[in-house]
Ligand binder design. Structure first.
Ligand SMILES: Cc1cc2nc3c(=O)[nH]c(=O)nc-3n(C[C@H](O)[C@H](O)[C@H](O)COP(=O)(O)OP(=O)(O)OC[C@H]3O[C@@H](n4cnc5c(N)ncnc54)[C@H](O)[C@@H]3O)c2cc1C
Length: 453
């Protein structure tokens, strides 16, 4: 797949800027001081970005090349980028945010389920090998919750779709939902068992630690400002150093477009989340329900929720609202304004917890393509792309990273073949048309989500 004309020097027009401190990061012990890239270095393999995709690529490279020098360059701290800002649903089933019932068609969905499950298995093996704490990776499943008649109908059509795929699910009625969540808000839910609920920062940090233990160098606070094609190798330049490597895996998700790749083919969207303060004894008494669960909305534009019980105590996470951000960042003001909807959505669901405040609020980037395909493949000689995860980066990023490593090494791979056979991300209209169109579509879809928000 061509991601644009080859160029010998690609300067990053933008570097990542993340807004708000994700609770997952704040609730864990402070990380060790960052070690950044210094001076001139070389490597056999260079991975840009230490998110799901980059760390999966590094792990797969280590499996395929036990002795080679592998270096990962991360602009920020491990876990402070989008891979540590999400809601932590590693979903095995189709979860197409642009479709009304998360599906994309039978054959495509079957192939996707296989890839998602292979990615989850890869993660499971990493968790076991690196000795991550149980809390980092909980195979709990998830519930697709419905608060309205329209939500119920979405779930009905989703469950029919799952039946055609031969996938099991369990219908929960309003009483079951109350027993699970303590809330009377939901009319029904659809439980599917294959999702893993992760503590994203614990998972990402644990992966990075494990990789360091197998001699992968991960430099943080090392934004790549320029990528230079030297012919036989690429040179990545950071503020305090540079690194040359014959093969590079680009795992920076939407920031691929900051280097000029996939021009007008990547859609940059921000998502917003809040985490409550810990539930005290009184709150726990009036709330009831189980102490650990995860809910996705029956309408993709609705609210995801998680109840957690681990580092940081018992808390509830709320995630809703989207904004289209071609500049790949949002402001503190927009975060504050949009996350007021977290409070409203929380009050609707948990009126008995009036007075419980949100302690952390944050935003994070998503990268989508209009036709919901990844941006994957060798995009220039020795440069492999593993970006555009279409909203489900925990699994699709992991799979893209694995496949990019296999492609780069020349390891035959059915999953990589499948990604290569996808069409390229289709072009989006120029600004301001995209901005107007995308924001209007988001607002309309959010309005239509109604009580699911
Ligand atoms: C609030 C929220 C909730 C979400 N919920 C879920 C969910 O429940 N399940 C799910 O699967 N997905 C979820 N997502 C999406 C998911 O987080 C992303 O799809 C995922 O993080 C993408 O992984 P990635 O490794 O491809 O990219 P990223 O996580 O974006 O990692 C790329 C890394 O590259 C680094 N980088 C960028 N530019 C440079 C540069 N020039 N030099 C060096 N490094 C650079 C970035 O700092 C970043 O750490 C959610 C996202 C948000 C914001």
């Amino acid at each position: 797949m061509k991601a644009g004309p080859p160029a010998s020097l690609r300067t990053a027009r933008r570097l990542p800027k993340d807004t708000g401190l994700p609770a997952w990061y704040a609730m864990l012990p402070a990380a060790d001081p960052a070690i950044s890239l210094q001076g001139k270095q070389t490597a056999d393999w260079l991975v840009l970005g230490a998110g799901f995709a980059g760390l999966a690529a590094a792990r797969r490279l280590r499996q395929l090349d036990p002795k080679g020098r592998i270096v990962v360059l991360e602009a920020s701290r491990v876990g402070l980028g989008p891979s540590g800002r999400n809601s932590g649903f590693m979903v095995d089933l189709p979860h197409n945010l642009q479709s009304s019932d998360y599906g994309s068609g039978l054959e495509a969905d079957r192939a996707l389920i296989q890839r998602n499950r292979a990615a989850i298995e890869f993660a499971r093996q990493a968790v076991a090998e690196y000795g991550l704490p149980d809390e980092a990776f909980v195979p709990w499943g998830k519930v697709n919750a419905a608060a309205s008649a329209a939500g119920d109908a979405h779930n009905q059509s989703y469950s029919a779709h799952l039946a055609t795929l031969g996938e099991s699910c369990q219908w929960l009625d309003a009483g079951d939902m109350r027993a699970l969540t303590g809330s009377s808000y939901y009319r029904s839910g659809l439980f599917t068992p294959g999702t893993v609920l992760i503590q994203p920062v614990q998972y990402i940090r644990g992966l990075a630690e494990g990789l360091r233990g197998s001699a992968v160098a991960i430099y943080e606070d090392s934004p790549v400002q320029a990528l230079h094609n030297l012919g036989q190798a690429w040179r990545a330049t950071t503020p305090h150093g540079s690194l040359e490597s014959p093969r590079v895996i680009l795992a920076v998700n939407g920031h691929a477009s900051s280097f000029g790749f996939y021009k007008r083919r990547l859609i940059h969207v921000m998502l917003y989340a809040s985490m409550s303060e810990p539930l005290g004894d009184a709150a726990l008494r009036v709330l009831g329900g189980q102490d650990f669960w995860g809910i996705t909305p029956s309408d993709p534009m609705g609210s995801s929720l998680r109840r957690i019980n681990g580092h940081g105590g018992q808390r509830i996470l709320m995630r809703n609202r989207f904004s289209y951000e071609p500049g790949l960042q949002t402001s503190a003001g927009r975060l504050e304004r949009l996350s007021l909807d977290h409070d409203l959505a929380f009050q609707r669901r948990f009126p008995m917890l009036a007075g419980l405040k949100m302690q952390y609020r944050w935003a994070g980037r998503l990268c989508l393509s209009w036709n919901s395909v990844p941006a994957f493949g060798e995009i220039d000689s020795g440069l492999f792309s593993a970006v555009c995860q279409n909203g489900l980066g925990s699994v699709q990023g992991t799979m893209a990273g694995i496949c990019a490593a296999e492609l780069a090494v020349g390891q035959p791979s059915a999953h990589a073949e499948a990604l290569l056979s996808e069409p390229e991300p289709s072009q989006i209209p120029p600004e301001p048309l995209s901005w107007i169109g995308a924001n209007a579509a988001l607002r309309w879809k959010e309005w239509r989500a109604g009580a699911e928000l």
